[in-house]
Ligand binder design. Structure first.
Ligand code: UDX
Ligand code: UDX
Ligand code: ADP
Length: 465
């Protein structure tokens, strides 16, 4: 079977870029991305490519090429489902904030809604692809809904987890390490559906990089990949604290262990803590699933990765307070960076939010500069924690569009995101305009420590004395 029309439900950080690349690479396939959020769809259709709702290097060019040719963004979910022979589900699956599994399990209400919408609208057989990260065995729930609420049409369910990292989404999509497709390997229809999706990726990905497995292995591989990556960050962060108490340097340790080919050099950068929409959510999911099968030791093992990450964020904030003579009350602290990593405007679970919250609890005044994040987003991130009311959040924290203004009159500058531009700032100018002793807390180890010390700064970097 050859796929001619694809529909993707969910025009977010995953659905948008993934579909843009599929459309660009497969001019023979017509791709429609739908979302219930009208604002978001409007932004995807904006003539001015600077207004796309997702910032990713290279995305604008791809959208410009494919939009209006074989890529369309719209809000007509039902119509797009009806036309398509393959439907990707790429909606958000946040951690539950209520009820059973609160704070751990994934909230699948959007997924269920999607499945019901597909079942109600479909008039012909469809291949349904789970793209969102989901707990193991979600495919079964989707199948159950489709088969019991549909109009007698047939569905094949595939799992095709996304491994793209934000900030490098386009590179990762264009040249992936692998593409993973899980399906019903036991039946001819299942294998045929998998082959249809293999053919889509086969337009640009070498066949040997496209792995096929059963559905459960595919679902679990996604959680496992993210859990392993997060575990590396927590492992190096745990050791960064030991380095600060000894004369070891975490960057030297990273380099030394990374040359062991069994360990590898990537993902060993000590930081103020990992963020992003996936790591914490996926580990919490793994923990929840393990506990639900009674596997307490397995659950405890993975939960520790989150605990170290929380500890690292708290430790960074406490260190700022301690260095400012144990009180930050009324003191201006400048944040450089709010996004969870560089080259993205995404702030979900960003370490900056938790560090800010900690400092605001101590009555600090925070001014934030981030090249891509808007002030409303920063405030809504803080409001979400519910630590204080909205008015107080806006009184105590504000954004500043100029980094030099953000740092002016501050007691301390904290680097929370590793944006490249921070390295080349005029640090002498920043120093001259700060209160003394001027302190820099580099949560990403991006700045030239010696240069800053020569200027006169007191500098703290993670994992070094
Ligand atoms: C280890 C380190 O590899 C080596 O660099 C260091 O100098 C000494 O410690 P060694 O103990 O000789 O070397 O063996 P290694 O091959 O690392 O295996 C250690 C244990 O892990 C073995 O019991 C092995 O069976 C087990 N293992 C290893 C697994 O169970 N699974 C694996 O994937 C790898
Ligand atoms: C991650 C996975 O990498 C990707 O494969 C999956 O599809 C989605 O989740 P993402 O969250 O976009 O991608 O970013 P990633 O580059 O993995 O970084 C996650 C967090 O870890 C960031 O906050 C980053 O700053 C932090 N990190 C990463 C470190 O602190 N140190 C490192 O060495 C690497
Ligand atoms: P991700 O990082 O997984 O892409 P996002 O939150 O960026 O997550 O995007 C998910 C998108 O899915 C949001 O734009 C949301 O409006 C959309 N969405 C959620 N449920 C539905 C639904 N039933 N129909 C259409 N769109 C939906």
């Amino acid at each position: 079977m050859k796929v001619e029309k694809i529909c993707c439900i969910g025009a977010g950080y995953v659905g948008g870029p993934t579909m843009a690349v599929i459309a660009q690479k497969c001019p023979d396939i017509y791709v429609t991305v739908v979302d219930i959020n009208e604002e978001r769809i409007k932004a995807w259709n904006d003539e001015n490519l600077d207004n796309l709702p997702v910032y990713e290097p290279g995305l604008d060019k791809i959208v410009a090429e494919a939009r209006g040719r074989n890529l369309r963004f719209c809000t007509n979910v039902e119509g797009a489902i009806q036309e398509a022979d393959m439907i990707f589900i790429s909606v958000n699956t946040p951690t539950k904030t209520y009820g059973e599994g609160k704070g751990q399990a994934a909230d699948l209400k959007w997924i269920e809604l999607c499945a019901r919408q597909i079942a109600a609208a479909a008039e012909s057989d469809k291949i349904v692809v789970e793209k969102s990260t989901l707990p193991v065995r979600t495919a079964e729930a989707i199948r159950d809904i489709l088969e019991n609420t549909g109009n007698g049409t047939k569905f094949q369910i595939l799992s095709n987890p996304e491994f793209l990292a934000e900030g490098t989404a386009i590179e990762d999509l264009m040249d992936p390490d692998r593409v993973l497709i899980g399906g019903d390997t036991k039946t001819a229809e299942g294998r045929e559906a998998m082959e249809a999706l293999v053919d889509v990726y086969g337009h640009w990905v070498a066949r040997e990089k496209i792995l096929t497995t059963n559905v459960w292995s595919s679902e679990l591989s996604k959680l496992t990949a993210n859990a392993f990556l997060a575990q590396r960050v927590s492992s190096i962060n745990a050791l960064s604290e030991l380095c600060e108490s000894t004369e070891a340097d975490i960057n030297e340790v990273s380099r030394a262990i990374g040359t062991d080919s069994r360990i590898g050099s990537k993902f060993l950068k000590a930081s103020v803590g990992f963020g992003g929409s996936c790591f914490q959510k996926d580990i919490l999911n793994l923990v929840y699933i393990s506990r639900s099968y009674g596997l307490t030791s397995v659950a405890d093992y993975w939960e520790q990765v989150i605990k170290i990450n929380d500890h690292q964020k708290g430790r960074f904030a406490k260190n700022i307070i301690r260095s400012l003579y144990n009180t930050v009350s009324g003191k201006k602290i400048a944040f450089l960076g709010w996004a969870f990593k560089k080259d993205t405007n995404d702030t979900r679970e960003s370490a900056a939010i938790y560090v800010a919250d900690h400092l605001l609890n101590e009555d600090a005044k925070i001014t934030v500069f981030d090249p891509k994040v808007r002030e409303e987003q920063m405030h809504s991130d803080l409001d979400y924690l519910n630590s204080r009311n909205k008015v107080d959040n806006r009184k105590l924290m504000k954004a500043e569009p100029c980094p030099y203004e953000a740092c002016k009159g501050a007691h301390a500058v904290a680097v929370l995101t590793e944006w490249d531009e921070f390295i080349d700032y005029d640090w002498q100018k920043i120093y001259d305009n700060m209160l003394k002793p001027a302190q820099v807390f580099d949560g990403r180890s991006v700045l030239d420590k010696q240069k800053l010390r020569d200027i006169g700064f007191r500098v703290y970097t993670i994992g070094t004395a």
